[in-house]
Design a protein around this ligand. Sequence first.
Ligand SMILES: C[S@@+](CC[C@H](N)C(=O)[O-])C[C@H]1O[C@@H](n2cnc3c(N)ncnc32)[C@H](O)[C@@H]1O
Length: 259
Amino acid sequence: MTFEFDGEKYKRASDQQKAWGKGVICELELSGHERILDLGCGDGVLTAELAKHVPDGFVLGIDASENMIATARKDHAGANLRFERQDINTMGFGSEFDVVFSNATLHWIKDHKRLLRNVFESLKDRGIVRFQFASDGNCSNLLRIVRDVMSESPYIDAFREFDWPWYMPTCREYQTLVDEVPFTETKVWCTNADRYFESSEAMTRWIDQPSLVPFLGWIAESDRQGFRDAVVERMIDETQQDDGTCFETFRRINVWARK
Ligand SMILES: C[S@@+](CC[C@H](N)C(=O)[O-])C[C@H]1O[C@@H](n2cnc3c(N)ncnc32)[C@H](O)[C@@H]1O
């Protein structure tokens, strides 16, 4: 399952994703000639950052959202940079990349056995994987509140067949999955990136884009605003501190592996 996002809104609501991703890119120790695949490139900011680090290489950013890809193409151009609309679940690259990178995306992918097999196939020998995405414990307030609102009238019926959109594993669970793929070296670790949003407005921008996107399509149009407002109001009630900031847990899983 894939979703359509608003690239312009995401640009304004994703400072934290960009900061995490830039930290990961700095640790990659790129030599400048690598061919890199960026899974779930979104608005392309991090893909373009990767391209700066590989002037003699090439970066391909793929994303399932047409609007994200349109935003990425509009904002970022370069001889060593390309964006393609493609579903990560069905990608089929063969020994083409030195690095497969992904930031803040892979919790949207449910079948990680298939993902890891496909990523392995897409790497050259000695190529590396570097993922960071949401782990168990991520967004504990939002997830609880969304589940509560979904289970209430008038929304409960709309969600009867709903498939929960995210997979947020523990480190141990993910290490087991990585160990099933014939990488020569692997490392899986978790990091705490808990955050105080500077204001309720900043948190609301993040709730709107991307967090509530997978839910709104299930609800009758006339009920969507009510659902969104109920989630936002409860989030502010339950997470706002005396100084006006709003707290949320952000827990990340990190994966490094070499083919
Ligand atoms: C939170 S954004 C992260 C974007 C970017 N990597 C960043 O860190 O700013 C997640 C992205 O994953 C993309 N995505 C989710 N599921 C996908 C899939 N199955 N195939 C391709 N892209 C997917 C979404 O369209 C969205 O652009």
